[in-house]
Design a protein around this ligand. Sequence first.
Ligand code: NDP
Length: 249
Amino acid sequence: MDLRLEGKSALVTGGTRGIGRAIVLALADAGATVVTCYRTEGEAAESLARELKERSGEHAVVRADVGTAEGVETVLAECRDRFETLDVLVNNAGVISQVPFAQLPFEEWERIVTTNLTGPFMVISKSLPLLREGSSVITIGSRGAMAGIPLRGHYTASKAGLVGLNRTLCKELGGKGIRFNVVAPGVIDTSEPEELSEEQRAAYNERYLRMMALGRFGRPEEIAGAVLFLASDLSTYVTGETLHVDGGV
Ligand code: NDP
């Protein structure tokens, strides 16, 4: 039993930046062959492709929006072309925004829920023919789904939905030997609260740093470590769990 993933196949959604990028690199470094996707053409996708080229393995970085049925089909087609089975599936792609609930338009609710909750539904459902005994499905949730976060009702609702889906899938498909787990990050140092003003950001930092036992934000690699554990043979009896990786909130 170890953390190595040699000979294993993996799909990570939203792998060009932040947490997803750290997960892609951790899985590739552990020996897996990784397919990942992104939405926006640009330097992030190009630099990830370059980094993966330096590693061994036939990895792929494809443009595909997992909030649409066409995008999900695109990335799954890439997986089917390369893999007979999918050993590791990481639903990471997610979007966030801050809107007071009283002003939250339906379109914004729908935008967030479509990528964060409907996206994983579509990806898992389309992946089912490739999943087999021993496959591990890991979905990136959020600590905020349990705690609640002002101005993020749409986001926390989408992330809480993933926890319910995860528990149900672990029961419905556990008999096939497929594991389902959620990793719930606390505040991780990525580009996430980009739309905050400087003043809002300072208040945000102060509020969250005070809540964390470790007194610091997390690093994307620290989420990737938890994902690697759940993807590997070290966790073959762990399923239906939500693993909080939040510095002790
Ligand atoms: P980033 O915004 O830094 O990166 C998101 C990645 O997902 C990008 O590569 C982005 O690609 C991709 N992506 C977004 N939407 C789609 C889509 N519809 N289809 C395909 N790719 C998509 O996010 P983080 O790394 O901060 O967050 C990653 C996950 O972790 C999310 O699910 C988030 O909710 C969760 N999380 C993050 C926390 C944090 O503190 N950072 C805390 C708790 C949970 P592109 O640039 O092309 O859009």
